[in-house]
Design a protein around this ligand. Structure first.
Ligand SMILES: NC(=O)C1=CN([C@@H]2O[C@H](COP(=O)(O)OP(=O)(O)OC[C@H]3O[C@@H](n4cnc5c(N)ncnc54)[C@H](O)[C@@H]3O)[C@@H](O)[C@H]2O)C=CC1
Ligand SMILES: CC/C=C\C[C@H](O)[C@H](O)/C=C/C=C/C=C\C=C\C(=O)C/C=C\CCC(=O)O
Length: 299
């Protein structure tokens, strides 16, 4: 894939290396690595679904700290408006905008993308982060966690891909370590997170081979301290699988619980490292931010 995408990302000339989990740091002219945390996203525009709280909210804050403008797309009006007020106070009015939207409503999601471009003039970075954990209403879980990630990726490409005459950009789809270490506690959630990885890898190949100028990567956090994690014991969410909650809690105790800013740091690396396309980033307490090694021919 040729270089040239926007959003701090270029092409993915090192696609194969990225898929094997090998990354190269962005370089200064003298050859030394530039810490991604100090690289600027001034002039870039991001859209984050599920951005009003939890992991999405941490991502929004990191993007704003890096000087990007951000559309916070979220279903929850109350939390979204509180979030907007706090972001205005911290970063100044006009740097971010809250757009209430249910990502499972295709027309509403399309409208949210258009409103972002209308307000900020362009789009460079899309984080398909909104997710739920509802085994009782499992069809909804598939709609939010997988169908809407696919839809969000296609809409992002309409606004960023060279195929559509745009300047390029970068997309992050949020999966989970649940795709690698499953639990009887959340079968459909697990299935959606597998799906997000498969879709993202295939789309990253399409982007590289057809020169979209857009890098597409997937992020798999382990347990993170957010409101979602607190639904573990909730029968309304887990349905009959709630009986496996103790096993799940044991896993949390064994593997530990991460804080959202570390997940945002991982996202910033995916955004800023032009060598990454089709990469599967894992974040765990034991290993921190690292990459999954892909061995497609191992069978
Ligand atoms: N918290 C955890 O342990 C982990 C979470 N993840 C994933 O990270 C992502 C974010 O999760 P958290 O921040 O933990 O969850 P959270 O529940 O704290 O935040 C999710 C946000 O998404 C919004 N949202 C939910 N449904 C929506 C819809 N239909 N349309 C628009 N917005 C909607 C919510 O209103 C909320 O603001 C999810 O995809 C989740 O599966 C992945 C691994 C671990
Ligand atoms: C009701 C629960 C609500 C939310 C939690 C989500 O379901 C979340 O997405 C689930 C996360 C599950 C994580 C599972 C495993 C975590 C494993 C580790 O932390 C470490 C394991 C292996 C490390 C080796 C490697 O990186 O390959």
């Amino acid at each position: 894939m040729k270089k040239g995408g926007g959003g701090g990302g270029g092409g993915g000339g090192e696609k194969q290396r990225a898929q094997r989990g090998v990354r190269s740091d962005p370089q200064r002219e003298d050859g030394s690595a530039t810490p991604v945390s100090i690289m600027s996203l001034a002039g870039k525009v991001a859209l984050v679904t599920g951005g009003a709280q939890g992991i999405g909210r941490a991502a929004v804050q990191s993007l704003l700290k890096s000087s990007a403008k951000v559309a916070v797309v979220d279903l929850n009006k109350t939390v979204g408006e509180q979030c907007q007020n706090q972001l205005d106070a911290e970063f100044g009015e006009g740097r971010s905008t809250f757009i209430q939207c249910d990502v499972t409503h295709g027309d509403a999601l399309r409208d949210a993308f258009q409103r972002t471009v209308d307000q900020f003039g362009r789009l460079d970075i899309v984080i398909n982060n909104a997710g739920i954990n509802n085994e009782k209403n499992w069809e909804k879980t598939i709609q939010v966690n997988l169908t809407s990630v696919i839809k969000g990726t296609y809409l992002a490409l309409e606004h960023m891909s060279k195929e559509y005459g745009k300047e390029g950009g970068t997309i992050i789809n949020v999966s989970s370590m649940a795709a690698f270490l499953h639990s009887p506690h959340q079968p459909v959630y697990t299935a959606t997170k597998h799906g997000v990885i498969g879709f993202t890898r295939a789309m990253a190949d399409a982007a590289a081979q057809d020169d979209y100028g857009v890098r597409i990567n997937v992020l798999c956090p382990a347990f993170v301290d957010t409101p979602l994690l607190h639904t573990v014991e909730d029968e309304d969410n887990m349905g009959k699988f709630v009986k496996f909650k103790d096993d799940f809690k044991q896993s949390m105790n064994k593997f530990g619980v991460l804080q959202p800013p570390l997940i945002a740091e991982g996202m910033m690396r995916l955004i800023l490292d032009p060598s990454l396309n089709g990469a599967v980033m894992k974040i765990t307490c034991a290993k921190g931010i690292h990459f999954h090694t892909y061995e497609p021919m191992s069978a």
